[in-house]
Design a protein around this ligand. Structure first.
Ligand SMILES: C[S@@+](CC[C@H](N)C(=O)[O-])C[C@H]1O[C@@H](n2cnc3c(N)ncnc32)[C@H](O)[C@@H]1O
Length: 377
């Protein structure tokens, strides 16, 4: 039997996530705004949580309703027979996000959902589930947009983009799911070299290594929301994870390299790569971008995310860097695919090389583009 799901992602990544899900065997895959709907059996749900690189969480919608107040929300939640999803012996938690709605207080809305479920159990059985906000056995996600509420079981619980290898934050690190989504969208062939000469905390290089090794992003994660569900099939899950573990390559098929002008960034990148289990496979160096050179051998892909500033006046400081990038790419990286992710179109054009494509994405709330430049042959 298949169930309907909604995998959430950053806007702009929907087509990439849809392709990932289709590749895993999901049915009725439908990219929407900020996520992708699909259908699948429990094995597919487990595989999706383990394998998808670009999703934030995978939700199983239980009820949708138009509600204008927390009390209407309470009444709507009471219409569901919750015995189908948990028992009083289960712990629960409700995570809530509210946008442009008459219901303004998200924590109060979450509490009304929890009350509705607990009251139903108390009236029917005399006992009720208790709350565990950290690691509930059944985690719920309430999304309210305008007056439309969707309440779902959260099969992931902690965001899937939190891979666990990046405890240390450098300045402006890229979200892991976005970095990997850009790599997947860029058309980079994992059998060819990958270089990020402004690598910061090393996200492109580390995510690229996991792709090239066929290593699922959730391989060492300790907990997925579905593991607390009453119907959780531990044997099936262990088989899926063991199978994935056996399929991880030991060596990269081609060089992956990162460099950055800041010494602390390079140290962070090395530490993160070690935590991600790929420290021995990626080369990280402290270099100004003008001193970075392609590895010997066949051409590959250069991808980077230079600073783009958010305040007025930042542009002036950064224009020199973007012009330098253009000169360095045109001089030393001819024949390579060169991709630059930035939130400033004007700065991107200062690179001065012919533009092949520019694809729109969001970095949080900031509209950004992935630019591909022609470096000549
Ligand atoms: C927005 S951050 C990159 C973040 C990175 N993608 C990550 O996930 O952590 C930009 C990086 O460019 C580096 N950078 C700035 N100017 C540079 C230069 N001239 N040569 C090399 N790196 C430079 C900065 O030190 C910074 O780490």
């Amino acid at each position: 039997m298949t169930t309907g799901y909604f995998a959430t992602c950053a806007r702009g990544l929907e087509p990439v996530l849809a392709r990932e899900l289709t590749g895993l065997g999901a049915a009725d895959v439908g990219p929407g705004r900020g996520g992708v709907t699909f259908r699948g059996d429990p094995a597919l749900l487990y595989r999706a949580n383990l394998w998808v690189r670009t999703a934030v969480r995978i939700l199983r919608p239980v009820i949708e309703a138009d509600v204008r107040s927390p009390d209407e929300l309470y009444d709507a939640v009471r219409t569901v027979d919750w015995a189908a999803f948990l028992t009083p012996a289960h712990t629960l938690a409700v995570d809530c996000n509210v946008r442009d709605s008459a219901i303004t207080h998200s924590q109060y809305a979450a509490r009304r959902v929890k009350d509705a479920i607990c009251d139903q159990f108390r009236e029917r059985t005399g006992s009720r589930p208790s709350v565990d906000p950290e690691r509930p056995m059944v985690g719920l996600n309430l999304h309210v947009h305008r007056d439309h509420a969707t309440l779902s079981l959260d099969s992931s619980w902690d965001s899937l983009h939190k891979r666990g290898y990046r405890p240390i934050q450098t300045r402006a690190p890229l979200n892991e799911a976005l970095a990997t989504g850009l790599l997947l969208r860029s058309g980079w062939d994992p059998a060819t070299p990958l270089v990020d000469p402004l690598c910061g905390s090393g996200t492109f290089a580390i995510e690229g290594a996991w792709i090239a090794l066929n290593r699922p992003p959730g391989l060492t994660r300790k907990w997925f929301g579905f593991q607390g569900w009453p119907e959780f099939d531990r044997e099936l899950w262990n088989a899926i994870r063991d199978d994935a573990r056996r399929g991880v390559r030991k060596e990269l098929p081609a060089t992956i390299r990162g460099s950055d002008v800041r010494r602390d960034a390079v140290e962070f990148a090395r530490t993160n790569a070690r935590t991600a289990g790929v420290g021995h496979l990626i080369e990280f160096d402290r270099l100004d971008v003008t001193d970075a050179r392609p590895p010997t051998g066949p051409a590959g892909t250069l991808i980077c995310n230079p600073p783009y500033g958010e305040r007025i006046g930042d542009e002036k400081d950064l224009v020199g860097l973007y012009r330098t990038l253009g000169k360095a790419f045109g001089t030393y990286w001819a024949g390579w695919r060169v991709l630059v992710f930035t939130g400033n179109d004007w700065l991107a054009r200062q690179i001065g090389l012919p533009v092949k494509t520019s694809l729109p994405f969001f970095n949080g709330k900031i509209p950004c583009r992935l630019w591909e430049f022609d470096t000549g042959r």
